[in-house]
Design a protein around this ligand. Structure first.
Ligand code: FAD
Ligand code: NAG
Ligand code: NAG
Ligand code: NAG
Ligand code: NAG
Ligand code: NAG
Ligand code: NAG
Ligand code: NAG
Ligand code: NAG
Length: 579
């Protein structure tokens, strides 16, 4: 043990962990979407009943649904996920996140808080990058938001038929599950998509072969003659018609193709036709501002013609804090992504992931906590030059296999209650806006984190988990190991591992569940219509006040389907009435 030198190996273990085994041989059958085209082939001007901006986790199910009865244009700034092993294979998790090229499906951003983060730039959105955990929102959340529970359930089922699977539970995840039960996260609810207090096994969008199924797969449901999907089509602004004193009305969009050519798409002149923004928590408030709907002083600062002074666009941005403890294991552990979750009464969710991949010298630097994706690392952030990274990777390659054994037990603070804000940096929709999340600004979030870490300590000390930890490394030392590793761009203190409050603050990471910016009741109404203008909605994670479920993607996809059905039925009802 001592000869392994845990302290120095720790960062390397963090970096090497969570590199997933999956079969690269079986190639995913790419669907032949006859309606999917490169934006370069689009005409300069075109007309549709619905124009959806953003082919992400919400945009794809929404487009598929509306295409049943209307002509729909779906504009996505990124490319196709099909045929890209970095997206399709579970084993490659982290590869896309660490690819910083302009064609990467992941666009890195660093919040003003100093936490390294990422957002999607690909058809299918965040569901092409994420850790795959699939779980529904609580019935309480559904009723609080005011959704129709029956349609919500039907919409979840519509999504689940195509993208959700039951994971295979093995030893390490079972140890965490049983440890959670001993720690009092009760009752045990078995395998379920439902959100209930206690410990459960959730769903995953990875199938038994380790292949990812994304929101783009929901386009299978589309009516091919009703849908046009354009890739590499970043929208630069929404166009408004402003007549006298009447409300501004959205009626078209401007997008550019990969060669820089400008295209315009307009709504056909029929009442009830609409533009829907589904560009994600960063993209949707950003596009509203770029189109003249936002805080007046910001529009002025960037010389954007004001359509509507809306100071709440970009407000209410939140990212749920994630803190993790790495637990080295004396025995080999399986490679697992999040499978088990503990839903506690004190407002934090406990999840876990394990394993490392040594087969065939596969890249160890692609894990969920790797230096390249920037969460936890041996290399301090400011020194992360390509050379330093290469050295770190080489160092890892020379380490004993045992250094990589183990897993992370993490906790996510629900909500959260702390909020921040988003501002433009320039007028380019392809660039990241500036975003501040204010992790732990509210004491309740910090309290929930501390209680979550205490629960993790109990799991580590539990009997069922004892096989997977070293007896001579107590939880204080494990905390110290995590605290000693550089995390994000955050400062460390002498008391980082002595005070759980300080540990939470100094080792906070993202679990990538950031949301807000176009919240219901502030920027959009309960039908997701943008307040103060006509023919414009926002439907995606930017509308959430709190992150739904333990993990949000199931509910984001559900919302796309749910609102699609609602829009169709309301329109049909309106037509019957006016007849
Ligand atoms: C690494 C990672 C791990 C995660 N793990 C999990 C998990 O295990 N389980 C879970 O439930 N959730 C997870 N999440 C969260 C979940 O994936 C997101 O909450 C969800 O995908 C957000 O969906 P969205 O529709 O709001 O935005 P997105 O899916 O990001 O969609 C927005 C789309 O709009 C496009 N776009 C933006 N601006 C423009 C523009 N101007 N013109 C044209 N297109 C534009 C983007 O390219 C993107 O495709 C994870 C997320 C990440 C990134
Ligand atoms: C895809 O579908 C189109 C139209 O349905 C067809 O013309 C084309 O040959 C198909 N391509 C492949 C690779 O199957
Ligand atoms: C789209 O077209 C542009 C211009 O022809 C080209 O550079 C780009 O590679 C194309 N993208 C795809 C995915 O085909
Ligand atoms: C996959 O990711 C790696 C590393 O991040 C990158 O070098 C490679 O170009 C990516 N491949 C594709 C097809 O995007
Ligand atoms: C929806 O399904 C959940 C279980 O997933 C159930 O608890 C709830 O009662 C259902 N709601 C309705 C309105 O059927
Ligand atoms: C953990 O181990 C360290 C070093 O052996 C020791 O100083 C400390 O008291 C132990 N803490 C607990 C809670 O047992
Ligand atoms: C870890 O423990 C060592 C030895 O007790 C101590 O010097 C160091 O400050 C601790 N590190 C952190 C980040 O708490
Ligand atoms: C930890 O130390 C820092 C600086 O020394 C101090 O500001 C902070 O309040 C301390 N944290 C706790 C929780 O005591
Ligand atoms: C969709 O179109 C079909 C065929 O025109 C029609 O029967 C149906 O009522 C429409 N449904 C909705 C929800 O608009």
């Amino acid at each position: 043990m001592a000869t392994l030198g845990w302290w120095s190996l720790f960062g390397a273990a963090l970096a090497g962990i969570l590199v997933f085994q999956g079969s690269f041989c079986a190639s995913e059958k790419a669907p032949n979407y006859s309606f999917m085209h490169n934006a370069t082939s689009a005409p300069p001007t075109s007309y549709y009943d619905y124009i959806i901006v953003g082919g992400g986790t919400a945009g794809c199910p929404l487009a598929a649904t509306l295409s049943q009865n209307y002509s729909v244009l779906l504009l996505e700034r990124g490319g196709s996920p099909y045929g890209n092993p970095n997206i399709t294979n579970l084993a490659a998790f982290g590869a896309a996140l660490s690819d910083l090229s302009p064609t990467s499906p992941a666009q890195r951003f660093i919040s003003e808080d100093g936490v390294i983060n990422s957002r999607a730039r690909v058809l299918g959105g965040g569901s092409c990058l994420n850790a795959g955990f699939y779980t529904r929102a609580a019935p309480f959340y559904v009723s609080e938001v005011g959704w129709d529970g029956r349609l919500v359930n039907e919409s979840y089922q519509w999504v689940e038929r195509v993208v959700a699977f039951q994971p295979q539970m093995r030893e390490w995840q079972s140890g965490v599950r049983d440890g959670m039960l001993e720690a009092g996260v009760l009752p045990y609810n078995g395998f379920t998509y439902d959100h209930m207090y206690g410990t459960k096994v959730g769903g995953t969008i990875f199938d038994q072969d380790g292949h990812r199924h994304t929101a783009a797969d929901l386009l299978e449901y589309a009516n091919p003659s009703g849908l046009t999907v354009l890739l590499h089509a970043p929208v630069h602004k929404i166009l408004f018609r402003i007549k006298g004193k009447s409300r501004p009305m959205a009626h078209g969009v401007v997008f550019r193709d990969a060669l820089g050519a400008k295209h315009r798409a307009y709504l056909k002149r029929r009442p009830k036709n609409e533009i829907i923004i589904s560009s994600g928590a960063l993209g949707s408030p950003q596009l509203l501002m770029l189109s003249g709907v936002g805080p007046a002083e910001q529009l002025k600062a960037y010389n954007i013609r004001q359509v509507l002074d809306q100071p709440l666009v970009g407000q209410g941005m939140s990212d749920n804090p994630m803190n993790a403890i790495f637990v080295p294991s004396p025995v080999p552990v399986e490679v697992s992504l999040i499978q088990v979750v503990g839903i506690t009464h004190f407002g934090s969710y406990i999840e876990a992931a394990s394993g490392a991949n040594f087969a065939g010298g596969s890249p160890r630097d692609f894990g969920m906590f790797s230096p390249k994706i920037g969460q936890l690392a041996t290399v301090p952030p400011k020194e992360r030059t390509p050379e330093a990274l290469a050295n770190a990777v080489e160092l890892m390659d020379n380490l004993e296999e045992a250094a990589f054994r183990g897993g992370f037990i993490l906790e996510k603070v629900m909500g959260p209650v702390s909020t921040g804000h988003l501002e433009l940096r320039n007028r380019n929709p392809n660039d990241n806006p500036s975003v501040t999340f204010n992790y732990f600004k509210e004491p309740l979030d910090l309290e929930r984190c501390v209680q979550g870490i205490r629960a993790i300590e109990k799991v580590i000390d539990s009997k069922p988990f004892s096989r997977f930890r070293f007896d001579n490394l107590n939880v204080t030392q494990l905390l110290n190991m995590t605290a000693s590793s550089p995390v994000n761009l955050l400062p460390k203190h002498d008391n980082t591992s002595r005070s759980l409050e300080q540990f939470c603050k100094d080792t906070v990471m993202t679990i990538w569940h950031y949301h807000g910016g176009c919240q219901v009741g502030r920027v959009v109404d309960h039908d997701y219509k943008v307040l103060g203008v006509d023919a414009l909605r926002v439907i995606d994670g930017s509308t959430f006040n709190y992150s739904p479920g333990t993990n949000p993607q199931a509910t984001v996809m559900m919302l796309g389907r749910y609102m699609g059905v609602k829009i169709l039925t309301q329109r049909l009802a309106g037509m019957t009435q006016s007849r």
